[in-house]
Design a protein around this ligand. Sequence first.
Ligand code: DGJ
Length: 761
Amino acid sequence: MGIVFKEEQKLFRLTAGQSEYVIGLADDRYVGHVYFGRRIEDDGCGYLMRTGEMPYVPSINKRETGAFMDTFPFEYPVQGRGDYRETCLVVRTQEGFRGCELVYKEHRILEGKPALLGLPATFCTEQGGGQTLELVCEDKALSLKAILRYSVFEDSEAVVRSVELVNEGTKPLYLEKVFSACLHMDCGQRDVLTLNGAWARERHMERRALGYGRQQVSSLRGESSHQEHPFIAVLDKNADQDQGQVYAMHFIYSGNFAAQAERSQFDSLRMTMGIHPEGFTWFLAPGESFTAPEVVLVYSQEGLGGMTRTFHDLYRNHLIRSPYLHEKRPVLINNWEATYFDFNGDKLVHIAREAKKRGIEMLVMDDGWFGCRNTDDNSLGDWTVNEKKLQGTLKNLVDRVREEGLQFGIWFEPEMVSPDSRLYREHPDWAIAVPGRDPVQIRAQYVLDLSRPEVQDYVYEAVAAVLRSADISYVKWDMNRQLTDVGSCYLAQERQGELLHRYVLGVYALQERLVTEFPRLLLENCSGGGARFDPGMLYYSPQIWCSDDTDAVERLAIQEGTALLYPLSTIGAHVSDCPNHITGRVTPFATRGHVALAGTFGYELDITHIPETDRMEIEGQVRLYHQLQPLVREGDYYRIASFGENHRYDCWAVVSKDKGEALMTYVQVLAEPNYHSRRLLMKGLDADAWYRMEISGPEYAGRENNCPAAADTNQGNQQEDVGRWKDSGQVYSGRLLMYGGILVETLYGDYASRLFRFVRV
Ligand code: DGJ
């Protein structure tokens, strides 16, 4: 790891693990991208900027400066001087003129990494120090200074970037677009990979050929969204999980974004990422500065798997701050799918009592405990406990649940207000709205204007007062609508374009206060399922509810896409009841458990009402969770097969950092008749080590039909099998498991699953 400046060659070389990022200066003015990829360690690489060929640089060929502007691989391209590709910065003056030209002024190489004020960002740690390059550029005509920041860490392959803009003049400037990062490469034969979806179908992987023009994913919804994710990767056509080059960008931000890959006329490729410019204008008064959120850049020469592991390690080591990051999270039971709004104190205590018998450790009371909320169309904002419904005070209920032996968690939706609420009747101007119009309702609610300090204070105090009133261990922070009618009664006319970003800053400020006052609180973010599952929120909460879709089969694609970037320890995953409330699908209870084990693990069902056979499996599942959670939380993730690709089965693995233990989860989504066993190649093991293989998973159907399925675990009854490992009785070499593979017999029935555990002997 390290950052060096090569004076003679005018090169900045940033080394991060096996990757290298090189920046050059052309004409001593223009900051250009030289290289990002596998380490080359050669100061002669500056020619890669192609300034030695037509149109050369403006000092040699002034008459074609425009062609230079339109082809040079600018590190931070700006609008208005002839670069017609996607640029990063658009500035308007008070007089209404647009255009900017940033030229190099000076640089600094710093030990460590400065924080980004008010924004979530990666940080250095004792084990993982880092360095930061600050490249200072200026536009003298605008009196605008741009500080391009790049950091690398001792223990990471990633490079992180952000930018700060400072108005050093005497007149205000209007920033109409501020992206955070840009990356160049020759296009070659490449694909684009993005994560797309919808409510209950979040983060499905979408891979397509990279054509000419701009290919974009974005959000204009005020949150990172269910639909498109602030991530984009460009990868070799032949890249797969294990090999091939991948260039990825991921945004540490929770609001509107745009991420783009643009193939230009000369087959060069520009990737960009930042806050979406639509609806954004930042008024930069003289002396003020604006900091854009951070982008993570990852280069992998080991395909998508290598990229994934770099993101996982970066987020675990340099982004998530929660004390729970390396701690076991309590197995929770949430009452949302159990009761929806139809509960009272006794009902919750009854659930808690039954849950305790099975080893569950925390009860989470979801939506409906405050104001007079028995449906979703009222009371948001009125965070007063409905004591009639809870049959006593909140403290009283918490104490009752604690007496049953469980911790207590609670749901909030702090950013919202119902039109039918005391808060809205008293402060209609606190809702985001355009004067003269009723805001559009989504789920019968409005969004609070978090750009206003008094609104932030109200929201914070409302939440904190509840938390101070009882022994509460966990908060689920929900957010169930997108932003519309983007207007604020508080902001001045020239600052209206700041509202969307200020809203996100307001969310960050609130969560910062919360984790500061309640450092041991386990915070789980949520947004109508997974609409705000992004690295920004991870800075505040170590886990995020992944999706409202708890169907085990739907979760395969959702969790595959999510785990592409996020450690499994961050992925909120629960076992729910069947038929699944969203899909109507019926899957084995064991499979639901196996899928949820690839996440934070918990339950989302009425344990007092589910079939006794299911209930009896819970104890074993909880035992499995306790056994496996250190491995799942800290290990390296490998994708072995994808149901999305093969339409038959799914398989993934987690291997401990020391390669001493591994878990492989196999889900046979669709049974196939008259078929051979399936060969699965393990990944990530120590080739030279020997492993004992154990198998877990009930044989739930085949026995009655005398079906010769999965002969390995079919003794004993179903409930007793759950959570127990059956030793295969054999020891295998890492080489055999990885290169020869294991054979999994066809299981009986759709949606069947197995866990395989490998322990080094
Ligand atoms: C959306 C969340 O994703 C659900 O889990 C639940 O908390 C509901 N909101 C409650 O309104």
